[in-house]
Design a protein around this ligand. Structure first.
Ligand code: HEC
Ligand code: HEC
Ligand code: HEC
Ligand code: HEC
Ligand code: HEC
Ligand code: HEC
Length: 454
């Protein structure tokens, strides 16, 4: 009866270890969760926020943002910027919209918040700066964003931290490099860098602390075993526990472990094949070599030739035709006549055969897309869908051209209904039903299957 209860000793250490692990884990996740202020959950930490509460200490989860401070706001801003703004803005370069460096010096925050929430409202209010900017950018409308004031300030904080090319603040910076198609596909993935980094450092520290703890505990346990072996008053069960060894071969033979490993293996294979299957037919970044080394950078960029000079029907009809050799000859009957590349144009004309340009953008036949609806009626810039063509020596497919891509834009883009009597009643009904939500392309039926499918 007076034997020492070894079990309670080992249970005590196990409990101590688990508590430390749980506390460490939950505070790490809490830091990760702090920047996750977005409703859409663009930041990776958001999905962990629930776990942090469930793991151990609810108190830790109840104070998100505590101790996060500026770094967390900047990290959140980074993710929000990449998720919402990077397709049109960079900090130090003009993309579709202006470069945002120095924005907080140009404009007060009290102007920026309503602008980012709904720029067309600010333009419509007659604000002088807004109207001028809007006209300067060919009346291209920046979409409305349902972001909170806090989310907008964190975007601005991030922009400020990046000014003057300083990319060090949050590492990554992947979303800003527009010229590289490979990075463009990762606009969403880039969001993970910023918010996660802060938590990573903490995690590493915690892992080191835990390893030190485990080693210390093993040493203590061994010392105690030695002490106990010296004692005479142990009963049979205690000796059995004392001499217990961890049997690795048992672990290997255990069917539970084998089944577990099998399940994990199958899940990994399944995940990989689903990912692979989802990529089938996706041709983003496709950049074939063309029969003549025609450069958009040289023509549309440096020589400022209007897109519609060559793609003559882009504002008038469904498709944006590719120019015939005759259009090239308007200039190349005089310009660069000795060039090997230009001689290919002459040869095509002599043989009365069209130049065999390789088609890049190609929707499947089941989908209907109309250029004039977007460029002329919708007033969307070519670059919104095709990227910085004027900087491309060789054209590549900039956008994914998936159904999700079309639909996202239709959900987000407000329809220009001003001065169009056709919409008056529709907009009135929409506003009654939806309050402040903007009248978007999808409000007008732009996400109905039959609009895009024959
Ligand atoms: C679809 C493209 C697009 C997206 C996405 C976009 N913008 Fe813009 N933005 C523009 C354009 C174009 C302008 C120029 C004004 C105009 O034409 O309306 C502009 C102007 C601005 C300005 C004023 C700049 C100045 O120099 O005064 C700010 C600030 C701004 N955007 C912030 C943002 C933020 C923040 C986001 C993300 C939440 C964002 N924009 C997303 C296209 C976009
Ligand atoms: C001097 C004539 C010329 C001008 C100006 C021009 N393009 Fe092109 N464009 C071509 C030719 C030729 C091709 C086919 C060869 C190629 O893909 O490079 C082409 C191809 C394209 C493609 C890819 C078509 C496909 O196969 O899917 C896009 C997109 C495009 N142009 C957009 C633009 C935009 C946007 C502008 C204005 C910024 C522009 N182009 C200005 C001649 C021109
Ligand atoms: C509006 C005038 C214009 C049109 C139309 C035009 N080009 Fe050009 N092209 C130029 C100019 C300007 C240059 C630059 C010449 C220089 O570098 O001195 C050029 C250069 C080139 C070059 C580079 C030649 C070399 O060896 O450096 C190629 C290739 C070319 N054009 C192909 C085409 C093709 C193909 C078309 C028809 C789809 C076309 N161009 C239509 C004006 C035009
Ligand atoms: C709303 C997005 C969007 C805008 C804006 C847009 N395009 Fe396109 N463009 C597409 C899609 C999608 C295709 C593929 C169409 C298909 O395969 O039927 C395409 C195809 C093309 C092609 C290949 C020929 C064709 O018609 O299939 C050219 C050239 C082109 N676009 C030029 C332009 C130019 C120039 C502008 C600006 C004046 C422009 N695009 C604006 C989405 C857009
Ligand atoms: C950059 C934003 C954007 C993208 C990307 C985009 N659209 Fe649109 N789309 C618009 C806008 C804006 C309008 C409304 C134009 C208007 O009528 O004022 C529109 C209108 C339409 C309409 C007419 C809807 C109606 O109510 O009559 C069709 C059809 C359509 N788009 C098809 C497509 C398809 C297919 C794609 C993808 C290949 C696509 N769009 C991608 C912005 C976009
Ligand atoms: C804004 C335009 C648009 C609307 C609205 C739209 N689609 Fe699509 N859909 C597309 C485009 C573009 C593709 C081709 C995308 C691709 O190849 O990845 C597509 C592809 C598909 C495909 C895949 C076909 C295949 O071969 O992979 C199916 C199925 C489909 N759509 C069904 C629907 C249904 C059902 C609806 C209504 C709920 C709908 N779509 C509404 C544009 C649209």
């Amino acid at each position: 009866m007076n034997s020492i209860r070894l079990r309670s000793f080992s249970h005590f250490f196990l409990a101590l270890f688990l508590t430390l692990a749980a506390v460490g884990n939950s505070s790490a996740q809490d830091v990760g969760a702090a920047p996750a202020v977005s409703k859409e959950g663009v930041t990776p930490g958001s999905s962990d926020a629930g776990n942090a509460g469930a793991a151990a200490t609810p108190a830790a989860a109840a104070t998100p943002g505590a101790g996060g401070g500026d770094a967390a706001a900047i990290a959140a801003g980074d993710a929000l910027f990449k998720g919402n703004c990077a397709q049109c803005h960079a900090v130090n370069d003009v993309v579709v919209g202006p470069a945002l460096a120095g924005i907080t010096k140009r404009r007060p925050v009290s102007w920026l918040i309503p602008w980012i929430k709904n720029s067309s409202k600010v333009v419509a209010s007659g604000d002088e700066y807004a109207v001028k900017l809007f006209n300067q950018y060919q009346k291209q409308q920046m979409p409305s964003f349902q972001l909170s004031d806090q989310e907008i300030t964190s975007i601005l904080a991030w922009v400020t931290s990046q000014e003057g090319g300083g990319k060090a603040a949050t590492g990554g910076g992947a979303g800003t490099d527009k010229a590289d198609p490979a990075t463009d596909t990762k606009l969403g993935a880039g969001a993970e860098g910023g918010a996660g980094q802060y938590a990573d450092v903490l995690l590493i520290v915690l892992v080191v602390v835990l390893i030190v703890l485990v080693v210390t505990l093993v040493i203590i346990a061994n010392i105690m075993k030695d002490v106990l072996r010296g004692r005479k008053d142990l009963d049979g069960r205690d000796i059995e526990i004392l001499e217990q060894r961890f049997d690795w071969s048992k672990l290997y033979k255990s069917s539970a472990i084998r089944i577990g490993a099998g399940v994990v293996f199958t899940l990994v294979i399944l995940y990989e094949s689903v990912q692979g299957a989802m990529g089938v037919g996706l041709t983003q970044g496709y950049q074939p070599t063309q029969p003549i080394a025609f450069s958009h950078k040289l023509h549309a960029g440096e020589n400022q030739i209007n897109c519609a000079y060559c793609h003559t029907s882009v504002y008038k009809s469904k498709s944006a035709n590719i120019p015939s050799a005759n259009i090239c000859m308007n200039c190349h009957s005089q310009i660069k006549t000795e060039s090997q590349e230009i001689k290919k144009i002459y040869r095509a004309i002599e043989r009365k055969q069209p130049i065999q340009w390789v088609r890049i953008h190609n929707l499947p036949d089941l989908a209907y897309f109309n250029h004039s609806q977007h460029t002329q009626v919708g007033g969307i810039e070519c670059q919104t869908c095709h990227g910085p063509i004027q900087n491309m020596d060789v054209v590549y497919q900039y956008s994914p051209l998936t159904m999700g891509w079309c639909i996202n834009c239709h959900r987000e883009t407000p329809l220009n209904t001003k001065g169009n009597g056709y919409y008056n009643n529709l907009v009135k009904l929409h506003d009654q039903a939806n309050g402040a939500a903007p009248f978007t392309v999808s409000s007008n039926g732009g996400t109905e299957c039959s609009k895009c499918h024959y």
